[in-house]
Every structure is written in C-alpha cells, then in structure tokens.
Design a protein around this ligand. Structure first.
Ligand code: SF4
Length: 369
C-alpha cells in the first residue's frame, strides 16, 4: 500500500472512503483543476526543453497519461493554463540544475526505494539547490522544493500543509547530509509570486522534520484501517460537499436519499439550518432540564456515601476530590427530562437508587434527615 500527499489530503479533507475512490480510479469532476494541470504540464515541458504546441494539441485531443490520467481537456482551459505557464517562466527563469517532477519514494523504514515498492511516495514540481549565507556569513547549501499553484488564494497558508511537510521530510531524508537548510516554496502562477519558508537543519529544524515524519506515519496508519468488507470507512456528511467523488459515492447517495436532498450542498444547507435551530432552542431546553443536569456531570451521578458515625452528613462525602457538575446540555439529561416528565414535578426514575442495588429505595446516606 503506497501513500501520497494527494491521498492523505483526500483523507483529511473528506473521508477514508475517498482514498478508495482515488485508488479505484472512480471518475471525478476535475474541470476546476484543468488550468492548473495544464500549467504544470507546460512548465514541465519547458524545463525539459520540449516543444509546447504538440503537448497543447494532445491535451485537447486525448488528455494526459500517467498516475493521474485524464481524458480530453477543454480547449479554453488548456490555452489558459498554457498562457499562465509561459508568463510564469518568462518572469521566473528556470534555475540551473533544477529537477522537474522529481520523484521521492520511501519504504516502510523511510529508506529510498523503487517507486512501485514505496510505502510513501511523492512527485515534486521542481527541486533545485542554491548557495545561501547562514547567520554567521558562511555559505551553505539550501535545497529549494517548489510547488506550483494556480489558485489565487494559495499564499503563505500553503506553506504549512501536509503536502509541504511531506515534501520537506522527503528532501531532508534524501539530502540531509549534504545541505544546511530546506526551503519550502509555493509558486503562485496567477499572482506570479513565490512564498517561502526556510527550515535550517539545526537541532530545532531536525526535530521539527522528525515530528512531521512521525505525523505522516500516523496518517498513513490511519488510512490503512479498513472495514471487514475491505473498504475504508465512509463518513458521509458535510465533507461530501466539495468531495470530488460525491456524484458516484454510494454512502453519499444514501445520505441524500435519507434526507430527501437533491445534492450534497442541500444536505449541508439542512445541516446548517439544523445547527441554527438547535442553538436557538438550547436555552429553552437547558432551562427545562436544569433540575436533571447534575445527573450528567463529568463525575457521573452523585451518589452520597455514609459519613463517619454520629458526625456525618451525606454531603460530606463530596468534599474531597469531587468534580462540580458540568453545566451543559447532554442527550442523557434531555432523555431523563422526557423520562421524568419535564415540568410535571415528577422525579426521573431511579434517581436515588444506590449503585449496589436496584431494589432498595433508600439512599446510601449514613444518616437520613
Ligand atoms: S462523497 Fe462523502 S462519503 Fe463519499 S468519499 Fe466523499 S466524503 Fe466520503
């Protein structure tokens, strides 16, 4: 089982089942990504010194091949992507010695391995080295890992995503002995701006990269969890909105059917409306259930215990180590309210039973008043 930042992001942004869809090649609506995809292809071609026009023609006629193959693309989006790439390469000449679509692949022990045997693998848009000065004025080698983005909002916020972290860890594991720092760069093709974050490979920087590496392992382990039928769990809900597989995902369709909704956006609207209604009703429910709320405190129902003979009060047993009742509305509290007849004056059933016997109706208090 091989993991990539793309599948990890699907897992985090949507749900585990989305990773199954990705691996099965379930069709997804990628229209909104076409411009960015084309820009990547053209920048790769420029970096390799390949002619551009045949690539443009083939993207329109047949699409692209490879890991994330796609069918024929809309001509207007292809032309827009091409123009973005050409404008970028004019403003930002390709650095000498840069590697395009550089492939990192690691096995389960984070040792470099073949692409098809990797537990974790990723392709980086551009990797290159440059000489920088450290704080003491010494020359150091800086490894720059650049990711092209074509969305306007991709700025500094894109410097700390799981994908960037995975790229930094990959660079560090591959060249950590030869370099003094790693720069994670986001190149926004539309803004024609580069955003960078430098990680010096000192004690603190290495500790950070080690932590990111452990975080990646946690996410990969989580993605590997499957249900008895071999599929990853589906979590249909608000995150179906925006999921690229919503149109063909069975659990998402079941969700729509259960709620009589037309699409995932409709489910999200209903969810928001339900949350708003709950918030509006909560003060009224709190007031109606206040008398039972102590029964659902964090310490559980208060059960008085006997105090010392002759001196005790049933409340003394609360004086040490007790946790004050949480003032919150819970389903248990609301259920007890309904069970006991809110507003009727009736106590909820079993409210004074001891923990040791369900038959006695004598509270476990040493001295009844
Ligand atoms: S549509 Fe919903 S349930 Fe299906 S994969 Fe996407 S987030 Fe998960």
């Amino acid at each position: 089982m091989s993991h990539r930042p793309t599948t990890m992001q699907l897992y985090l942004d949507h749900c585990p089942r989305a990773v199954d869809h990705y691996e099965r090649g379930t069709p997804q609506n990628r229209d909104i990504f076409t411009v960015g995809t084309v820009a990547h292809e053209i920048l790769f071609a420029i970096g390799q010194g390949m002619p551009i026009e045949p690539i443009v023609a083939s993207l329109i006629a047949t699409g692209r091949t490879g890991d994330d193959s796609e069918g024929p693309m809309r001509p207007d989006a292809v032309f827009e992507g091409r123009d973005l790439a050409l404008a970028w390469s004019e403003a930002h000449p390709i650095p000498d010695g840069a590697f395009f679509e550089y492939a990192f692949a690691f096995d389960g022990d984070w040792k470099p391995c073949a692409w098809d045997q990797a537990r974790f693998r990723t392709r980086v848009d551009v990797v290159h080295r440059r000489t920088e000065e450290d704080e003491d004025g010494h020359d150091i080698q800086d490894l720059v890992i650049t990711d092209y983005k074509s969305a306007w909002p991709a700025t500094e916020t894109e410097l700390d995503t799981l994908q960037r972290r995975a790229q930094a860890v990959s660079g560090w594991l591959s060249w950590g002995d030869e370099i003094g720092s790693i720069t994670i760069a986001v190149a926004n093709l539309r803004r024609r701006q580069v955003f960078e974050r430098v990680i010096p490979l000192d004690e603190e920087g290495v500790a950070l990269l080690q932590q990111w590496q452990r975080d990646l392992e946690v996410v990969m382990d989580a993605i590997d969890v499957r249900e008895p039928d071999g599929q990853r769990p589906a979590r249909p809900g608000a995150r179906c909105g925006g999921c690229p597989y919503a149109a063909s995902c069975e659990p998402a369709r079941d969700l729509l059917a259960r709620h009589g909704a037309s699409d995932t956006a409709d489910v999200v609207r209903r969810y928001i409306a339900a949350r708003a209604l709950a918030a509006e009703l909560e003060p009224h429910i709190r007031s109606a259930t206040a008398r039972w709320s102590w029964m659902t405190s964090r310490s559980g129902p208060f059960r008085p215990r006997p105090g010392p003979p002759g001196r005790g009060s049933c409340l003394r047993s609360r004086s040490h180590g007790s946790v004050p009742p949480a003032s919150r509305l819970t389903r248990g509290c609301a259920a007890r309210c309904l069970d006991g007849g809110a507003g009727s004056g009736a106590r909820p059933s079993r409210w004074w039973r001891s923990s040791g016997s369900s038959s006695t109706k004598t509270p476990r208090c040493g001295r009844r008043g």
